[in-house]
Design a protein around this ligand. Structure first.
Ligand SMILES: [Fe+2]
Length: 759
């Protein structure tokens, strides 16, 4: 035999049913023990039904004259709103009905407590950037249950007309948690989140992640805050909740100075979520890799004339050879990566068969402040930025990656910010170069200058709001004449791009930029191997973008690109995937075994590839050109965007643990051959730059220059190779009176160009 308890819970004042309340029915036996008969929730009309059987009476002896109790709780069962009792006898009706009016004031009292929770949940519902119908329904039900359906603020939020900003969402988390949240609050939140997530039609990774935060009961408050932080501050979320209107030029300029990656994050939120962590073992490992031997910085800035030359400097080789690289001025804060050091330029000035050397820091605004204070103020890329913005900056532009000569100016480049102008030949820093304050986004380390038109194409990427890539063109007169957004689905780090006569080619490789990962002790970059890599080809001055997908891979440096018939051809160094020279990018705090390490290193080996993109058919052909590992490719710059025959690349010393080059490889792409010049035992070079012979006609008529460090002699030199006879002994070796640390990119600027310098 079964019994039924039915009922309706409604608002006392207007008899409107209250849905989604938890109803528990039990009886008290003769000795006062409660026996649970069942539990359910009220439907949209506030109605409920509980069925129980005779067996549910646990002890017939004491159930002679039971009293049935109904308790009405809030949707999350955290609070009793009402309880009522009926005295029945066994012989009484099988169906007992309860009408339960709940006065508004009780709902209001509950609402006082419930409002912070409801707002927090609304914030969470915005995690994936939209309020879905299922979520709205659930939240509306909860609002009704909590007596908040008439609350103007809640009604407005649930009308789906306004987005929730990350700042708001964070404030709501704080308001709910207060200073010392009780375990009960977390239970309440946990249950509400479960229901909320269940109401979502598509449960995405972010929501799963959020729920997973609750597994860590020990540290719930911290994990919740961190998890919510990483979600609210996720680029996709921010992009959806920040206003669509672009920043004003002034704001964009200000943000560019502050630190591109974080500029649009309300720092008030992020600083509360984060606390920097430094693992001493990792710190030591990184310091060993990037701060010892010839990776160690030099301390002195020197000038030296009449350098000793072994061999003979060609009379018509006239100009300056530069290498720029990281040279930390002060002991770094936190974890140090090679990419972090302050930029230092090492220049050799060659004229009339003689050479002089000087090295100078790029005195960026950040470095100048640090020099004044005598210590490092901003940590590097593996650490959390300075959210407290000392001197108005979260990160320091280190201006350490590459150099470009355009419109009579030498620019030191770092892809996270604005270029710095350097004076030639003395290499003193003039200051940030902002294109007359027209530059509003970061400037790549690899702009492309069209040798025919003199235009300079550049781009910048940033992770926090669309457009994740912006593209610009500088006229031969040095003015930014055009900028346009490049639409890619999610933020990435992309180091290089390419031009042809008519087109500009962007890389969309899945090296995802997720700055908030640092809050989980991870590196802010992750290579998403399940995603394809794409090349986007757009007419130089704008127009239709064509994307070509290829199997997942990573490209840091492009050799060159050009057009041939219906095809755009691009030559570049390709690797399977990347982990940025860090042992284990997913788990930077864990040291893999040697085998695991080898497996991780193998995919990072860069090999020369060619892609042919057919603009008529949309087909793409990918072919490997060389099996030997090399990188830092250069060509005769007069062939940028045009079909080139020769490529000069640094030959990777794959037997070494650190990124080193022990030779230069000259490719003849027309003949399909290559020649290699090894620098010698214990001698390591870097990027090898082609300097054309003035008046020379052949593509390879000129010299190849690079700095070589002799690890035995502990000395650096500039070597000059005859490009047409690259395997021969250097035509000249210029001995440098100071060690030149391994660095990044090099540049050759002829005396002819320097004569037209603006500074
Ligand atoms: Fe580069």
């Amino acid at each position: 035999m079964s019994y039924i308890i039915t009922g309706k819970v409604y608002q006392a004042e207007n008899t409107q049913g209250i849905p989604n309340l938890v109803i528990t029915a039990f009886d008290h036996d003769l000795i006062g023990q409660p026996d649970r008969l069942g539990e359910t929730t009220t439907n949209q009309q506030g109605e409920f039904t509980i069925t129980y059987s005779e067996k549910d009476f646990q002890d017939q002896l004491f159930e002679v004259n039971p009293d049935i109790y109904i308790v009405v709780k809030t949707a999350d069962a955290s609070k009793i709103l009402h309880s009522t009792q009926k005295t029945i006898r066994r012989q009484a009706s099988k169906n007992e009905h309860f009408d339960i009016p709940i006065p508004q004031k009780i709902l209001d009292a509950d609402a006082v407590d419930a409002k912070p929770l409801l707002k927090l949940l609304i914030g969470v519902a915005w995690i994936d950037g939209e309020l879905e119908p299922g979520e709205v329904t659930y939240l509306q039900q909860l609002a009704t249950t909590k007596g908040l359906s008439n609350d103007p603020e809640i009604a407005s939020l649930l009308s789906n007309k306004q987005t929730v900003s990350a700042q708001q969402a964070y404030d709501w988390v704080q308001a709910y948690l207060g200073t010392n949240p009780s375990p009960q609050k977390f239970v309440e939140l946990d249950e509400a989140l479960e229901s909320l997530v269940a109401s979502d039609t598509v449960i995405d990774e972010k929501e799963k992640e959020l729920l997973a935060a609750f597994a860590d009961k020990e540290n719930r408050k911290t994990t919740l805050q961190q998890r919510l932080g990483s979600i609210f501050l996720d680029a996709n979320f921010i992009a959806k909740v920040t206003p669509d209107t672009p920043d004003s030029r002034e704001t964009a300029r200000k943000n560019l100075k502050k630190g591109f990656a974080y500029a649009r994050v309300p720092q008030a939120i992020i600083s509360k979520f984060t606390s920097a962590q430094t693992n001493p073992e990792v710190k030591e490992d990184l310091a060993y890799r990037f701060l010892t031997l010839n990776f160690a910085p030099v301390r002195k800035e020197i000038t030296a004339d009449n350098l000793e030359v072994i061999g003979k400097l060609p009379q018509d080789l006239s100009g300056m050879f530069f290498r720029i690289g990281p040279n930390p001025r002060f002991a770094p804060l936190g974890l140090y990566h090679w990419f972090d050091g302050d930029g230092m330029v090492h220049g050799v000035n060659i004229k009339n068969g003689t050479a002089s050397y000087r090295n100078r820091y790029v005195r960026t605004e950040g470095l100048k402040i640090e020099e004044k204070e005598g210590r490092a103020i901003w940590p590097g890329l593996l650490n959390l930025p300075r959210f407290d913005e000392p001197h108005g900056m979260m990160m320091k532009n280190v201006a350490n990656t590459a150099l470009a000569w355009h419109h009579g100016r030498l620019l030191a480049l770092w892809e996270g910010g604005e270029p710095y102008e350097l004076r030639v030949p003395d290499l003193e820093t003039v200051g940030p170069y902002t294109f007359n304050d027209e530059l509003t986004f970061p400037f790549t380390a690899h702009p492309k200058i069209d040798p025919q038109t003199g235009e300079m194409m550049f781009f910048g990427y940033q992770p926090l709001a669309k457009p994740y890539i912006q593209y610009g063109i500088v006229s031969p007169e040095g003015k930014i004449v055009k900028t346009m957004p490049i639409d890619i689905p999610s933020p990435i780090s992309t180091h290089d791009f390419a031009i042809t006569e008519k087109y500009t080619i962007f890389l969309d490789m899945p090296l995802a930029l997720k700055p908030m990962r640092v809050m989980q002790g991870k590196i802010p970059l992750v290579f998403e191997r399940n995603k394809p890599s794409r090349f986007g080809i757009i007419p130089r001055h704008g127009g239709e973008m064509r994307w070509f997908s290829v199997p997942s891979c990573m490209v840091y440096h492009i050799v060159n690109a050009y057009e041939e018939g219906n095809e755009v051809i691009l030559v570049a160094y390709r690797m399977d995937w990347t982990q940025l020279f860090i042992r284990d990018i997913e788990n930077p705090l864990i040291f893999p075994s040697t085998d695991a390490l080898l497996e991780k290193v193998e995919p990072e080996l860069t090999k020369l590839y060619r892609w042919r993109f057919n603009l008529s058919t949309g087909q793409v052909k990918e072919e490997v050109l060389d099996d030997e590992v090399a990188e830092f490719p250069r060509i005769n710059d007069n062939y940028v965007g045009r079909k080139m025959r020769y490529v000069y690349s640094g030959l990777a010393a794959v037997y070494m643990e650190r990124p080193l080059f022990d030779g230069v490889k000259k490719y003849d792409l027309q003949a399909g051959t290559a020649e290699t010049k090894h620098f010698g035992r214990g001698r390591f070079g870097g990027e090898c730059v082609f300097a054309p012979r003035p008046g020379g006609q052949a593509e390879d008529d000129g010299w190849v220059l690079t700095y070589v460090y002799d690890a035995v002699e502990k000395r650096s030199e500039l070597i000059v190779l005859d490009a047409q006879n690259i395997t021969a002994e250097p035509v000249a070796r210029v001995l440098i009176p100071q060690r030149i640390p391994f660095g990044f990119h090099c540049e050759w600027v002829s005396s002819e160009k320097i004569a037209k310098a603006k500074r």
